[in-house]
Design a protein around this ligand. Structure first.
Ligand code: ADP
Ligand code: MG
Length: 247
């Protein structure tokens, strides 16, 4: 079995007038926390949308190899079937629905033709326990703070048997305590075998959790750094991000 759970090869994606990704190569090792960094507009979100099937095969070129198989997703649900789950910058929870409804939205637990609400609540409680969120699953999403909503998103990912969890700027809207809590959870999930791609602007947290780092600039992979092999500092990352020495 390859060390790599994911290899994206020569990925190119254009929008009218913009080459968002230009022959990007991106590899993630099994079981690691891999941080994807780059300035605004460098192509991070687009790369993750290609990976998760938001842009179907045909709307990009290149190959996605996940767990040894070439994958050509047509839809987000295809990538989720193989265990790739993305939590987007824009939270995808429905504010008016309860926590348990949100966790199983789109992959409802059925008994015959009908949704098995009793089992849904039992399973939702299990998922909340895994993310250490001690709340009543019948509460509505709109009544939770953003930190807790983020944890519900992760609970939802876990309910889909996630193997590769992608978080796009998850701490952007969180305070320091909620951010720390989230990073701790990501490390615990790693210990349980979930590989994680974390996109973040906050280099302090990148340095805290990353096993490896890929830097994108202008839609191109600039470099990949490995915690064990390379010297990694905030200065070195920024230099790669902006493409010049900074003072
Ligand atoms: P990042 O996440 O690193 O900030 P993005 O992947 O969102 O960068 O964007 C990369 C480039 O692609 C930017 O120039 C952005 O304006 C462009 N882009 C992203 N999404 C779209 C879209 N849906 N339509 C047109 N251009 C887009
Ligand atoms: Mg983005």
């Amino acid at each position: 079995m390859s060390d790599y759970i994911l290899e994206m090869k020569n990925i190119t994606k254009t929008f009218p007038g913009v080459k968002a990704l230009d022959n990007v190569n991106f590899k993630v090792k099994r079981g690691e926390i891999h941080c994807l960094v780059g300035e605004n507009g460098s192509g991070k979100s687009t790369l993750m949308k290609v990976l998760s099937g938001v842009y179907p095969y045909g709307e990009y070129s290149g190959d996605i190899v996940f767990n040894g198989n070439i994958q050509r997703f047509s839809h987000i649900s295809d990538s989720e079937k193989v265990g790739i789950v993305t939590i987007y910058q824009e939270l995808a929870l429905i504010p008016e629905l309860t926590v348990y409804e949100n966790i199983f939205l789109g992959h409802e637990i059925k008994k015959g033709k009908f949704i098995d609400w009793e089992e849904t609540i039992v399973r939702a409680k299990e998922m909340l326990k895994k993310v250490k969120l001690n709340i009543n699953p019948s509460i509505k999403i709109k009544d939770l703070g953003v930190g807790m909503q983020q944890l519900v998103e992760i609970a939802k990912a876990l309910s889909k048997n996630v193997k590769l969890l992608i978080l796009d700027e998850p701490t952007a809207a969180l305070n320091e305590d909620d951010s720390e809590n989230l990073l701790k959870l990501i490390k615990e999930l790693k210990a349980q075998g979930v590989t994680c791609i974390l996109i973040s602007h906050k280099l302090k947290e990148v340095l805290e959790v990353a096993d490896s780092i890929t830097v994108l600039r202008d839609g191109k992979t600039i470099c990949s750094l490995d915690r064990e092999k390379d010297k990694i500092t905030e200065g070195i990352i920024i230099k790669h991000m902006v493409g010049r020495e900074i003072d």
